[in-house]
Design a protein around this ligand. Structure first.
Ligand code: PLP
Length: 468
């Protein structure tokens, strides 16, 4: 080993460090001098200002804010798992690999797909992965240049067109008819330039696309891929599968339907499943089993490559695995209850006087239109803000874009009839309140009505800016 002058080296490093710190080093810190008692009071108070699925009803449509079992948190906090290093050799993590392998098989069964990759870390990330798979497929069969377009309905989640565009496709939007895919518009848009049709079913209005088999036939006729946005699988899990409906690629949001809280920008997982003919394009590594041992297989020449750090967000995957194991056959019951709750609340609100556009039954969620309140000068935003005063998290508003003053409610399977009745009672009261009251709401919150235009234009992101 080469000898070098250690003392000299240290001197140089010290000098460099001094120069580096010059100007950025703080001489004194203004740290408040408080007793533990005061600190605890402060932080507990902050935690009480927070609203979450554990404190109340959270009907945020398209987000599936279901109750998350505390047992699942205990499972992922298990020391034997939580402290594993992702670079441990395969031999040392056989259990984890087995869990991943089994979870892939379970997701295959739940969706009717033939193979899954657990790598993508969000719904949008799964969509992007799916679109790259579609591209790889067409390149493989020599139609890479020809298949330029991805079709999405106007009720689609905004991530769908974004993902297609990111993967290099042109996005073609088609209008809906009575809240469902307009078959005429679809036939018109499909051609041998179509790479894929991205669809959510039940769609974002909570309506089941009952023409789905016909849709699949039309898409297949032009040689395109049918992509399933399965972010919210709550309505159909255990009942039917995207595979049966004719879909070729699926992504799921484990952080909506399968046991991980959604929101706050925390880790998620958006596994992607495919039919047999697309399996070879899935991201590497794949988890494979040979003679009772599990391996990470990188030897997949057709793979689109790696889509994330290591193997995805393992804790989220583990929670999904535990959730499915725990529910077993009851997954189907969860779907039934989610749909029942949604239809119960929808009818209740309709009977109070709220407008539900498009008449058919709903699945796991429904969308009201508050457009007729506009005559009185009331907007969906005002009703949403007023709900806060009654102790409810507001629904999703102004999405999907095809409903004017949209008010999108997803109660999930976990809410009791009492909660739904209370929510409906609050909605009824709001309907009878004066415009002036609604315009200024909320009154009981730590933060009152925010100036949203300013908030977007002049974001205050640290406490330092706040003092300005
Ligand atoms: C939530 C959602 C997505 C996106 O999922 P992210 O994890 O937020 O990227 C896509 N499609 C639908 C229908 C969704 O509800």
């Amino acid at each position: 080993m080469a000898k070098y002058d250690e003392p000299l080296l240290n001197e140089i490093e010290e000098k460099e460090e001094e120069e580096f710190l010059e100007g950025i080093e703080r001489k004194e810190l203004n740290i408040p001098n408080l007793a533990e008692r005061e600190v605890i009071k402060h932080f507990i108070h902050l935690s009480q200002m927070n609203y979450g699925v554990d404190t109340g009803f959270y009907p945020l449509g398209s987000c599936t804010m279901k109750y998350n079992l505390k047992l699942l948190e205990r499972v992922v906090k298990n020391e034997k798992i939580a402290y594993l290093h992702p670079l441990l050799p395969e031999d040392a993590v056989q259990g984890c690999l087995e869990i991943m392998h089994r979870l892939e098989k379970m997701l295959c069964e739940i969706t009717g797909m033939d193979a899954f990759s657990l790598q993508p870390c969000a719904g949008a990330h799964g969509e992007f992965t799916g679109m790259l798979i579609a591209r790889a497929y067409f390149e493989e069969i020599g139609e890479g240049d020809a298949r330029k377009e991805v079709i999405v309905p106007d009720s689609a989640h905004g991530t769908n067109p974004a993902s297609a565009k990111m993967a290099g496709f042109d996005v073609v939007e088609i209008p809906s008819k009575n809240g469902r895919v307009d078959m005429e518009a679809l036939r018109h848009a499909l051609s041998n330039e179509t790479a894929a049709f991205m669809l959510t079913n039940p769609n974002t209005l909570g309506i089941f696309e009952k023409d789905i088999l016909e849709i699949a036939r039309e898409v297949r006729k032009v040689g395109a891929i049918l992509y399933y946005d399965g972010a919210n699988l709550n309505a159909i899990m255990g009942k039917t599968t995207p595979g049966k409906m004719g879909f070729d690629i699926v992504h799921l949001n484990l952080h909506k339907t399968f046991g991980t809280p959604h929101g706050g920008g925390g880790p998620g997982a958006g596994p992607v499943g495919v039919k047999k003919h697309l399996e070879k394009f899935l991201p590497v590594p794949r988890v494979v089993e040979r003679d009772g041992k599990y391996y990470l297989d990188y030897d997949r020449p057709h793979s689109i490559g790696k889509m994330s750090h290591f193997y995805g967000n393992f804790a989220v995957l583990l929670k999904a695995y535990a959730y499915i194991m725990l529910k077993g056959k009851k997954l189907e019951e969860a779907a039934e209850r989610a749909v029942l709750n949604s239809n119960y609340l929808m009818e209740k609100l309709r009977s109070i006087g709220y407008e539900v556009p498009f008449c058919s039954r709903r699945m796991h969620e429904f969308v009201l239109s508050l457009a007729n309140l506009k005559k009185r000068g009331i907007k969906a935003l005002d009703v949403a803000k007023r709900l806060l005063d009654y102790g409810f998290h507001p629904p999703t508003i102004y999405f999907p874009l095809i409903v004017e003053e949209a008010f999108m409610i997803e109660p999930t399977e976990d809410e009791s009839k009492e909660t739904l009745d209370k929510f409906a009672a609050a909605m009824k009261k709001i309907l009878q309140e004066d415009v002036e009251i609604l315009k200024e709401a909320p009154y009981n919150m730590p933060v009152k009505r925010v100036n949203e235009a300013m908030a977007a234009r002049d974001a205050i992101l640290t406490w330092k800016d706040m003092k300005k």
